[in-house]
Design a protein around this ligand. Structure first.
Ligand SMILES: Cc1ncc(COP(=O)(O)O)c(C=O)c1O
Length: 393
């Protein structure tokens, strides 16, 4: 199998271009809808370059993401931004780089709306106050949420959207890895019930991300939601699927570097760590791996290489005993992995490989000691060193 190939030096992040392309082709089949890719999910420049011609643009959450998106955007791509973190020293540059901005609060709009270039389309991020996500850490509609203007507050502020100058659109993002588009339809109907006249006055709406398109059993409900918004309000519609585009295209490939017994269990230490996939630790979920077998005879606790006691992926069963050097391949790691990965303990980041459309395995980046010290506020020339391994540059 390709991912077990000796050509890959571990730990590695491998993404498969064909999968990204296929996902985007499927998403593009949705009629009357503009597709944006959110950089927060995986911001590798070559991944963005692959996507640029296949979608309508990018969505970003910061100045740096906006700069990267602008560098890569094709002529017809648009750039949307929404963030609770707008800053006075960045607003001018953000305004230059972006085509759409959705203010996260009325206060933010008051601070910045007059500082933007005239061509930028201004909108508001709404919090529909309708929760679908059980874990509050993922739930933008949680109580006292910092994400968007609660509908009840917005109603209080304005009975008429025209009292807020230059607002031409709304954005909401309320779900996470959902496969049920009824959540989206319900949200749109809920907003409609609160703000019927406002919807008539705007010209665009961004429905955010949060849905796994391929796994959905009711894609027709998405079509129904879009045609409702089109037929009643003639809105330009945007969606920004992150997980839905890239999650299944990425793998973390690691190797077993030690095996030993601890309290009647065998621990298999890997050359990766939860710090390469921080959501595994943050949300305490057990990632899927290639080749695990629920009836397997050989049971191991797969553990990361850091000093953190809880740097553990979980207990897994296999049909064959593990040996030092065996590959362990984590599935569905394309989203929110590299963008959150860190070098805790000085453990190097995974090397980045692409399996290209031409079926070639291409090493895109191998991180080195220089990448480590560049964030340790150490002047490079102060540290004299000899080349001792491949990770040294
Ligand atoms: C505003 C916004 N849009 C899109 C996304 C992408 O969501 P997902 O990766 O779940 O599709 C997020 C994720 O946090 C978001 O905050």
């Amino acid at each position: 199998m390709l991912l077990a190939s000796d050509l890959i030096s571990t730990p590695a992040f491998v993404y498969i271009e064909k999968i990204i392309q296929k996902k985007l082709h499927n998403i593009r089949k949705i009629q009357d809808c503009n597709i944006l890719y959110p950089l927060k999910t995986c911001a590798l420049a070559d991944v963005l370059r692959l996507m640029a011609p296949l979608n309508n643009g990018f969505s970003v959450s910061s100045l740096f993401e906006a700069m990267l998106a602008k560098d890569i955007a094709k002529k017809n791509n648009v750039i949307h931004i929404t963030t609770p973190g707008l800053r006075p020293d960045e607003i001018e540059n953000i305004s230059e780089l972006c085509d759409y901005i959705s203010f996260n609060s009325i206060s933010q709009w008051k601070l910045y709306h007059s500082k933007l270039k005239s061509e930028i389309k201004q909108g508001l991020r709404i919090n529909p106050q309708l929760s679908f996500v059980k874990d509050d850490r993922y739930n933008p509609c949680r109580k006292q949420s910092k994400l968007g203007i609660p509908l009840t507050e917005l109603l209080h502020e304005l009975n008429d959207i025209s009292s807020i100058k230059n607002i031409s659109g709304f954005l909401f993002h309320t779900n996470c890895e959902s496969t049920d588009f009824n959540d989206l339809l319900e949200t749109v109907k809920h907003i409609e019930a609160y703000l019927p006249s406002a919807l008539k006055k705007i010209s665009w709406i961004n429905l955010g991300g949060g849905y796994l398109f391929d796994e959905s059993e009711n894609a027709e409900v998405l079509t129904e939601t879009i045609s409702l918004l089109k037929s009643r309000y003639e809105l330009d519609i945007f969606i920004e699927p992150g997980n839905g585009t890239i999650r299944d295209a990425g793998y973390i490939v690691s190797s077993v570097i030690d095996l030993f017994k601890s309290d009647n269990r065998v621990i298999a230490v890997l050359d990766t760590t939860v710090n390469h996939m921080p959501e595994v630790f943050m949300y305490q979920y057990k990632p899927d791996i290639v080749g695990e077998s629920c009836n397997g005879k050989y049971k191991y606790i797969l553990a990361g290489a850091s000093c953190l006691a809880g740097d553990i992926f979980g207990e897994y069963k296999f049909n064959q005993p593990l040996k030092i050097g065996n590959r362990i391949i984590f599935k569905s790691m394309g989203a929110y992995t590299l963008v959150k990965a860190n070098m805790f303990n000085g453990i190097n980041l995974p090397s980045i490989y692409a399996y290209t459309l031409e079926r070639e395995l291409v090493l895109k980046r191998r991180f080195t000691y220089d990448d480590f010290i560049s964030r340790c506020v150490v002047k490079k020339n102060v540290v004299k060193r000899k080349k001792v391994c491949n990770s040294c540059s």
